[in-house]
Design a protein around this ligand. Structure first.
Ligand code: DMJ
Length: 520
């Protein structure tokens, strides 16, 4: 399937960003900077296609000497897809292609330099859009989405590590810290803010689009760069979502200042959360979420972009652009628990891509999850993420399943560093917590502190697995309402006992336990 999509892009889509998979032509989707070529290059290497990988690197450096392009682009999308693709391919080529001479790194550095003007705001929170040639367009809105400002550190930090230039790391970290500093006293974030004034312009919180990957980057960037500020932020942020952002165990949009329910909407983009939870050993919650998603796929061949979980009806957004989030979570949970049922589920999802999305020259986005009409577009993340995670799910001895790699939000692997970057990399620590927070010895504070030391106990996961049958028939929202009761009190006690025992929570990366010292 990857070969078909890749060859389809090269034959019909290149030199445009993406393949229009119905009309078999090319289409611009971002900056017309060879998006699919760069975003999917490392998938070739991860699937063992080393010769095409080497040729692709050559092609990239031939067609794209630099990013001196007069295009307005999304900082976020260009960072996760293009910069992430470049630094990841550079890392892999350095390790696996003897003839590689580091050609991608100057290109990545050139792009990183073109990002920097976007951070030139009063707060350090970047603009959402930058012109790659001229900097921020004069009439550009300062309003930026939370994920857009807070999901830059893995790529820009790795660029700093590779070049020895701390500016990229510092800009991305400052942006993340400045967004976090504006959290509510419930430790929740809104979904858009003004990068000049620092004021929230949209105060609905949650884990769906516009906020999602910020959470991912707190944990993953901590793991890669060993920056304790990020760990502290991660623990608070995760706990806040689990405490205030769920209803009946579903993650829902909530008001950041009050915790009130915004709407009963499930978004396909939320599905990454289960994989994220699995990556730090929160296996029970991860399993429950994946199982819920599995039940949803009994009703829909592809998860819709949005679903009203109160009325159980589709909203206006009933499409699915072949997103990776669900397979991503199946993959990460499988890596943590090696449950064969997860591979079976992954294979089912793979078959659906094969049977329902395939076209003459590639794979097309699904326009409506009930009619299964198609859109004339193959997103770059279908090759860069969806098929990559599916491949890794079935290839246990793959180097990328066993080494100390961390995946960016666009599934680009970056290396866990052996040592923390310091001191010139450090920027001031986050400001003290806002005054409305309960004092440290207040009982409200203790679960957060305890959570950080909680054990990751395989028994707890097996317990939940054995009590939640994968084959449970879908019975709609009433059955869903009963979910919180599915984990009986003994299960909760087991979690508490594990916490009391004070065993260390060991992080689980894509390659199992992280081998932090063996990386570089
Ligand atoms: C990808 O570009 C990234 O995973 C991003 O974080 C949000 N979602 C799309 C794919 O769905």
């Amino acid at each position: 399937m990857f070969r078909k999509g890749w060859n389809g892009y090269l034959r019909h889509g290149f030199p445009h960003d993406d393949l229009a998979a119905l009309s078999c032509t090319g289409r611009k989707s971002q900056g017309e900077y060879y998006l699919t070529l760069i975003d999917s290059a490392d998938t070739l290497a991860m699937m063992g296609l080393m010769e095409p990988f080497a040729k692709t690197i050559q092609l990239i450096t031939t067609v794209l000497p630099n990013f001196d392009l007069n295009v307005n682009v999304s900082l976020f999308e260009t960072n996760i897809r293009i910069l992430g693709g470049l630094v990841s391919s550079h890392l892999i080529a350095t390790e696996k292609l003897p003839a590689y001479r580091g050609e991608l790194l100057p290109l990545a550095r050139d792009l990183g330099n073109r990002f920097l003007p976007a951070f030139n705001t009063r707060t350090g929170i970047p603009y959402g859009t930058v012109n790659l040639r001229h900097g921020v367009p004069p009439a550009e809105t300062p309003v930026v989405c939370t994920a857009c400002a807070g999901s830059l550190l893995l790529e820009m930090g790795t660029l700093s590590h590779l070049t020895g230039d701390p500016r990229y790391y510092n800009a991305a970290k400052r942006a993340l810290v400045e967004v976090w500093n504006r959290r509510s006293y419930l430790d929740l974030l809104g979904n858009h803010l003004d990068s000049q004034s620092g004021v929230w312009t949209a105060t609905t919180s949650g884990i769906a689009g516009a906020i999602d990957s910020l959470y991912e980057y707190l944990w993953k960037a901590y793991t890669v760069f060993h920056d304790n500020d990020l760990y502290d932020m991660f623990v608070q942020a995760y706990q806040a979502i689990e405490t205030h952002g769920t209803r009946d165990g579903w993650h829902v949009p909530v008001e950041m200042n009050t915790g009130d329910t915004g709407s009963s909407t499930f978004a396909n983009l939320q599905c990454f959360w289960a994989g994220y939870q699995a990556s730090f050993g929160e296996l029970v919650k991860s399993t429950i979420m994946v199982q819920r998603m599995a039940h949803l796929t009994n009703q829909f061949a592809f998860l819709p972009e949005l679903l009203n979980i109160r009325t159980w009806t589709l909203t206006g957004h009933a499409d699915n652009p072949l997103r990776p989030e669900l397979v991503e979570s199946v993959y990460f949970l499988y890596q943590a628990v090696k449950e064969p049922g997860l591979q079976e589920f992954g294979f089912e999802l793979l078959k659906r891509f094969y049977e329902k999305a395939q076209t003459q020259c590639g794979f097309a986005s699904i326009a409506h999850v009930e009619s299964l009409y198609k859109n004339d577009h193959m997103e770059s993340f279908f090759l860069a993420e969806s098929l990559k995670y599916l491949y890794l799910l079935f290839d246990p001895s793959n180097d990328f399943n066993t080494g100390s790699w961390i995946y960016t939000t666009e599934a680009h692997p970056v290396r866990v560093l052996v040592n923390r970057l310091r001191p010139k990399w450090d920027i001031p620590r986050p400001r003290p917590i806002p005054p409305l927070r309960p004092p440290r010895d207040h009982p409200d504070a203790s679960p957060r502190v305890r959570w950080a030391h909680q054990a990751c106990d395989a028994r707890e996961w097996r317990y939940v697995r054995d009590h939640l049958a994968w084959s449970k028939p879908y019975t709609g929202v009433n059955w869903v309402r009963h979910w919180p009761n599915v984990v009986p009190p003994e299960g909760i006690d087991m979690l508490r006992r594990a916490a009391d025992a004070g065993r260390d929570r060991r992080p689980v990366g894509a390659g199992g336990m992280l081998n932090v010292t063996g990386a570089w």
